[in-house]
Design a protein around this ligand. Structure first.
Ligand SMILES: Cc1cn([C@H]2C[C@H](O)[C@@H](COP(=O)(O)OP(=O)(O)OP(=O)(O)O)O2)c(=O)[nH]c1=O
Length: 203
């Protein structure tokens, strides 16, 4: 039951978001936003991720080809000790971030914005992740794999970073960068749940 009238656009350069949406077998196009991800200091994390998701969606919406497009954008941050941590700018910063996360709980927030001609819905998901107390040698090895470098909080729960995880409360897909259940809820509120884009049920 494909909704042929609408085209889904994922406003993201993140390979993880692409993989998660592709996992559902939904047809979509990718248009990257390239927005400035600076946030006013002191912004609360839920507001920060919602603002950034909206900024990404707006940038791609401004370049839309037809009024039938639905734009999906997201932004993920890690919050530790009250500090918002995005993607590291260097191996040194990744090392420092991972040392600050080791052996304790932190919060992961993803904001989602869904825009169509008629609607603009924004919401966020929150997950708490507790990391194991790996020592500095392990963390240095992990940074040297290169995996942390384009990830918020300098780890990938879906990769080697899985070895860091002790506990998780909340949506796993939120940590990977796209909370699919929340996305479906927003799409349903717009009258086009994700299943309306699926061509046929899979076994
Ligand atoms: C915490 C965590 C983050 N991430 C990733 C998801 C996002 O790609 C990235 C957070 O950075 P974002 O700025 O949210 O996204 P992005 O710059 O990669 O892509 P775009 O702005 O074009 O949408 O961190 C993981 O892949 N695994 C994890 O465990």
């Amino acid at each position: 039951m494909t909704d042929t009238a609408k085209t889904l656009i994922l406003a993201s350069g993140s390979p993880r978001r692409r993989q998660l949406l592709a996992m559902l077998g939904i047809p979509f196009e990718v248009v990257t936003s390239h927005v400035d991800e600076t946030i006013v200091p002191g912004t609360a994390p839920p507001d920060a991720v919602k603002q950034l998701a909206r900024r990404k969606a707006d940038a791609v919406w401004a370049r839309r080809q037809t009024p039938e497009e639905i734009i999906i954008a997201a932004d993920t941050v890690v919050v530790v000790d009250g500090r918002i941590v995005g993607k590291p700018s260097s191996e040194q910063e990744a090392l420092q971030t991972l040392l600050s996360l080791a052996g304790k709980a932190h919060d992961v927030y993803t904001g989602i914005c869904v825009r169509s001609n008629e609607h603009c819905l924004v919401d966020f998901a929150h997950t708490t992740v507790t990391l194991r107390a790996h020592d500095e040698n392990w963390i240095r090895w992990y940074v040297a794999t290169g995996e942390p470098l384009d990830k918020a909080g300098s780890y990938a729960i879906q990769g080697y970073g899985s070895l860091l995880v002790q506990a998780i409360t909340g949506d796993y897909y939120n940590v990977v960068g796209l909370p699919l259940g929340l996305l479906d809820e927003l799409m349903a509120n717009m009258g086009c749940p994700l299943r309306s884009f699926m061509s046929e049920p899979r076994g």
